[in-house]
Design a protein around this ligand. Sequence first.
Ligand code: TYD
Ligand code: MG
Length: 467
Amino acid sequence: MTSRAKTAWYCTACGNEASKWMGRCPVCGEWNTFKEAPATDGKGSGKRPSRTLVGLAESNPVPLKDISVERDSRILIGNKEVERILGGGIVPGSMILLGGEPGIGKSTLALQIPLRSKGLRTLYVSGEESPRQIKLRSMRLLRPGKDDSEEGCTILGETVVENIIRCARELHPDLLVVDSIQTVYSESIDSAASSVTQVRECAAALLRFAKESGIPVILIGHITKDGAIAGPKVLEHIVDVVLQFEGDTRHSHRILRSIKNRFGSTAEIAIFEMTGSGLREVENPSEILTPMHQESLSGVAVGSMVDGSRPFLIEIQALVSTAAYGMPQRSATGYDVRRLNMLLAVLEKRAGFKLSAKDVFLNVAGGMRVGDTACDLAVVTSILSSNFDLPVSTGTCFAAEVGLSGEIRPVGRIEARISEAARLGYRSIYISSYNLSGDMRRNIPSTGIEVVEIQDIGALCRRLFKD
Ligand code: TYD
Ligand code: MG
């Protein structure tokens, strides 16, 4: 009789390993996610990566100054925005995890790379779509009159990781794309595809291949509804770069965010627009997100938000109306309702607005999500503007936080925000007077835009709505 193989329990949401079943994962807090799977034997990619895994041949100590590296020669992929996020292109031998919800555009983005970069030999492995489906997609993506070409792109419909690696070895492409890691499995592991063990072991095998061969690998990974890439913690540890594709599939804008990057900054985002012929890079997000209206509209204010390292301007729209039922409604799209409630409470207490009898609806234009508190002033202004039915003149924008006592607080990166507003032709920008106190005044660029200093909400009202 053979002895029972050693098993362990894994959380399918975060990859946490435990020796027994648990109802709730103590790491990610998810309920009922523990599944039994063969335990890692320490040879493969258990908690401690083996030497071959991290690409080390021997382990003698070497003085740092004696370690030689070739200047990193980055691989260009014909997509300026993705290259920028990666820190100037793909590093040879690196592994990139591209995560996102189903339908967000991961496969589209990955397939655009070989089509738009001439001379880059790519092996695109798909376990999700048939080669015919990929061909149909690529026909949509080829832009007439541009330098796009199908040359150099090879499609492989395969899900067994050993076969994928064998094929990649033979072909020796410049880039390997695996769509998606959840469909790939190894026959030597006795566990279902997309289980934590399979995902982890296959990713580790592909990583070993990348390090050995110097061929960079892009792994596409699906994200579960709570925003975690299935088996994410395991993958995030081993890959070099984690890019996350976000956005509302009902809107056309998508944000690509770098969450981890061993070869560049993580404070980077890129914005794309999904069009009929694939994803288009949006180099000037502010221009789309804040269309300059011909005439001023009430309830609209433009705020400055910084996401990643870039400032951009975004239109905030508010509608304030008399509450039809006893309980006033508060609703926000793209904005935190709790923060909206807080700002409304501040308006009520510090500026005497009777908003408790009003319904307030807030919308951030373009399907974007605002998390930057520098948009507070724009939110407050749009609410006041709708409440009084008095428009804010076009060409005005706002960049400040609102404090609990109604004071207008300074925000970071003010120089970049002012420059961006000036570049887009805005005539004035409202900021906190504290942003101009003492040494900080020196940071204000002289761009010709009028910088209006505001101290509290009362001053804002007097300036904007009461002549
Ligand atoms: P896809 O790349 O298949 O998403 P993922 O791989 O992340 O699941 O993108 C799917 C969506 O994109 C689908 O709803 C159709 C849309 N789309 C376009 O709007 N234009 C296009 O040119 C392409 C290829 C897809
Ligand atoms: Mg896909």
